[in-house]
Design a binder for this molecule. Structure first.
Ligand SMILES: Cc1ncc(COP(=O)(O)O)c(C=O)c1O
Length: 465
């Protein structure tokens, strides 16, 4: 495509509507139109290069234009681009399913594909709900001796989610979301769920220190689970890090406590690893840090190395068996997306996972995580940095107007946006979450590249605040 720079910008403003973007502002700026990428760099159509400081929205793992992933897609393209998974299979989807089961926490043994994080979550929600319904039917048959029940009582219909949680933008995922700014507006469309307090960092409403706060939040969660276990389907959470809330890191032990609470009360647990999965926290999956095997794990983003839309909902054999029945019993999971298990995306994902193994990506990350920690430490001394949070490569730097009182900047100041625009001028592409500056570099970034990303971010924060 050889459209000239101005013409493309004009068409962009004229024909497109960008996600999470106030288009009134967007059309007043010169858009950045990315035309290529290599390693951890993006290049726009004027030839300017930028470090990809947020991995193209938390997805890129081993860099752009990885020859192995490119070749895997091209090779698959020479066979077939797509065929349906409804009643049919394809080779890359099968082999990827096997690999995911090998890598996931032991006990997660089934893979159901879709294409985005939100769909992976929707599927977990619906599967969990239907699984409980089948149990209700079985119990009722046992009790009444009837051969089947006609009317469901719908005993278990409720979910517990966390304040500040984010699971995607479809209606089911929003129903278990807890970010006021994104979710409140859709309230009349949502199913109701119980909200447990999120383990805050410095913002504990009870004024507790970090670890005490984590356990106080776990106590609150336990109370909710115990009080409502009769009507509960599942607890859903982002393990270890609430990403979209501003990279809020849970205190050690919180995840495991919640998992144990769920098990003790026969409530299912859905771990949304869409942001934390595939190495971002320093292990393949965040659940591994606390030896947790949830009943469901939602995966997307890094699964295909940041190449193609692909997601997977993993479930245990117990859940899977709950759907196995005679055809006429209608226990099929009636859910599916057209591009489910797309062979090109699965081939890319297989190549992505092979690179993890071949290059010892997780091992090599450990020193880089330490370096990032050291480099981020001095940010705490900056006048307007209220908190610096890090788990692995997931980093959030929260900017505040008044540091001792943790008073935020007024929205109209657009401080987060100004900082990322300043960084952009200096060759780093990042995106804020409100006034939290997010860094989430590709896992392949070198020490020098990470250093540069942190330095540009620091200079941008100082310049703007
Ligand atoms: C934890 C979590 N779940 C779900 C999603 C939604 O993923 P997608 O945008 O692919 O639908 C996100 C996206 O950021 C996420 O961070």
């Amino acid at each position: 495509m050889d459209n000239n720079v101005d013409e493309l910008a004009e068409f962009d403003k004229k024909y497109l509507w960008h996600p999470f973007t106030q288009m009134k502002d967007y059309v007043n700026d010169q858009p950045v139109i990315i035309s290529s990428g290599k390693g951890v760099y993006l290049t726009d159509n004027t030839g300017k290069s930028y470090l990809d400081g947020v991995s193209s929205l938390w997805v890129n793992v081993h860099g752009h234009q990885r020859p192995e992933i490119n070749s895997a897609i091209i090779e698959q393209l020479g066979k077939i681009a797509h065929s349906t998974m409804l009643g049919l299979a394809n080779e890359p989807a099968i082999m990827l399913g096997k690999r995911l089961v090998e890598l996931a926490p032991e006990g997660l043994s089934r893979v159901f594909y879709s294409d985005t994080g939100a769909t992976a979550v929707e599927i977990a929600i619906k599967m969990a709900f239907q699984f409980r319904l089948h149990q209700e039917i079985d119990d009722s048959i046992k009790e009444t001796g009837a051969s089947d029940i006609v009317k469901y009582k719908y005993v278990k219909t409720k979910f517990i989610c966390l304040e500040n949680g984010y699971h995607g933008d479809t209606i089911g995922a929003v129903s278990v979301g807890g970010i006021h700014k994104f979710h409140e507006i859709f309230k009349p469309l949502l199913f109701e769920s119980y909200k447990a307090p999120s383990p805050y960092c410095y913002r504990c409403p009870l004024g507790l220190k970090r670890d005490d706060c984590g356990m106080a939040c776990a106590d609150e969660m336990e109370k909710l689970v115990v009080d409502h276990h009769d009507e509960l389907v599942a607890v859903i959470l982002e393990p270890l890090v609430q990403g979209a809330a501003g990279m809020i890191v849970a205190p050690d032990g919180y995840l495991r406590r919640v998992w144990e609470t769920c098990k003790e009360n026969d409530v299912l647990m859905i771990a949304d690893e869409v942001a934390t999965g595939f190495g971002r926290t320093g292990k393949m999956f965040a659940c591994e840090h606390e030896a947790v095997t949830p009943d469901f794990m939602a995966l997307a983003k890094g699964i295909s190395g940041g190449y193609l839309p692909l997601a997977a909902t993993m479930a245990t054999e117990e859940i899977y068996n709950g759907f196995i029945a005679e055809y006429e019993q209608q226990r099929t999971f009636f859910h599916g997306h057209t591009y489910t298990g797309n062979p090109l995306a699965c081939a890319a994902a297989l190549a992505n996972l092979e690179i993890f193994e071949k290059e010892h990506t997780l091992l090599k990350m450990q020193d880089k995580i330490k370096l990032l920690h050291e480099k981020l430490e001095p940010f705490n001394e900056l006048d307007h940095v209220g908190d610096v949070r890090q788990k692995g490569f997931l980093i959030g730097i929260e900017l505040v107007k008044n540091k001792p009182l943790k008073v935020p900047f007024p929205l109209a100041d657009r401080v987060g946006i100004q900082v990322i625009m300043e960084a952009r001028k200096n060759g780093l592409m990042i995106r804020p979450l409100g006034d939290v500056i997010v860094l989430n570099p590709p896992l392949c970034s070198s020490i020098e590249e990470l250093d540069k990303m942190v330095e540009i971010t620091k200079r941008a924060i100082i310049a703007i605040t």
